[in-house]
Design a protein around this ligand. Structure first.
Ligand SMILES: O=P(O)(O)O[C@H]1O[C@H](CO)[C@@H](O)[C@H]1O
Length: 290
């Protein structure tokens, strides 16, 4: 779990990238991280090639239900893509560096942009379960507590010491996402807002949900933001969205409770729409990734 062990240095990550290069006949340009319940996204790829995480030296292993632990390489409209079917979360016990390790490996493979998806609870009363919220910004509650994957010596071969975050989410891709939502009949179900990350694995207490809302968060989840920090640090364009699987409970009078099984079910029911949304955004931004 040490921050600066050899496992994370440039040369070690390059060894992992070289292993992947030896298995895959092309260099991916776009990384898609499949959130909980979004494991169907790689089905859109032509000529898929699968690499299991446990075949890749030093790659972490998925432990969460709904996260298979596979890299799926393929193309869509000529764009060379790699999907992470299974991401890593802080609550699994991995260090913040481990959960973001794949991002730098992907950079070494040639990836220029990251599309990150997540299942999230909604804090904004205007959002419904089944809606999408495109991330305009985030609230990094882990970093407020000092946990940041960019902490430690900076290797300038990846990026600069200090990374701005005010323009983390690519504005052209956000615009395209709204256009696509309109085109596929999701205009009323596609929002834009602020995502807050908490460590989990517990869902929020009523007081926590209320506090996050007061701080300006519209959705909350347990992933994505560390990946975004590392992707921006190494110069990738970033697009992210939350798929809203549940409402956060902000009243002591409510009997409802969030649970992972329901979250998987809700995501599963809308998986075709989510796939279409992602495909069309890639199609419309295609020239940037060729
Ligand atoms: O963020 P993803 O991986 O979509 O998963 C979300 O869903 C799980 C909780 O049900 C947590 O892992 C949370 O982060």
């Amino acid at each position: 779990m040490g921050d600066n062990t050899d496992e994370f240095n440039y040369e070690s990550l390059e060894t992992v990238a070289e292993f992947i290069r030896s298995k895959i006949p092309f260099s991916p340009k776009l990384l898609i991280i499949c959130g909980t319940g979004m494991a169907g996204i790689p089905e859109v790829l032509d000529n898929p090639i699968v690499l299991n995480y446990n075949e890749i030296p030093t790659f972490p292993l998925s432990t969460v239900q709904g996260h298979a632990g596979k890299l799926v390489f393929g193309t869509l409209n000529g764009v060379k893509i790699v999907c992470m079917k299974g991401r890593f979360h802080y609550f699994e016990g991995y260090s913040i560096k481990t959960i973001t390790k794949p991002i730098r490996i992907m950079k070494l493979l040639g990836v220029k942009a990251m599309f990150a998806t997540n299942a999230a609870g909604s804090l904004n009363p205007k959002f419904q379960v089944g809606d999408i919220m495109v991330l305009r910004d985030h609230l990094n509650m882990l970093s407020f507590g000092g946990e940041n994957p960019l902490r430690g010596p900076n290797d300038s071969r990846f990026g600069e010491r200090f990374t701005p975050m005010n323009k983390a989410y690519d504005r052209q891709l956000i615009k395209i996402a709204h256009e696509v939502a309109k085109d596929i009949g999701l205009a009323d179900n596609c929002h834009e807002g602020v995502f807050a990350i908490v460590s989990g694995p517990n869902y929020e207490s009523v007081a926590e949900a209320r506090a996050l809302s007061i701080l300006g968060a519209d959705t909350v989840g347990m992933s994505t933001v560390p990946e975004v920090l590392v992707a921006r640090h190494c110069g990738m364009a970033v697009f992210a969205f939350s798929f809203i699987t549940n409402r956060c409970i902000v009243s002591y009078e409510e009997n409802d409770e969030p649970n992972h099984r329901n979250i998987l079910n809700v995501a599963d029911q809308r998986s075709e729409k989510v796939k279409e949304f992602v495909c069309k955004i890639i199609e419309k931004s295609q020239e940037r990734w060729l």
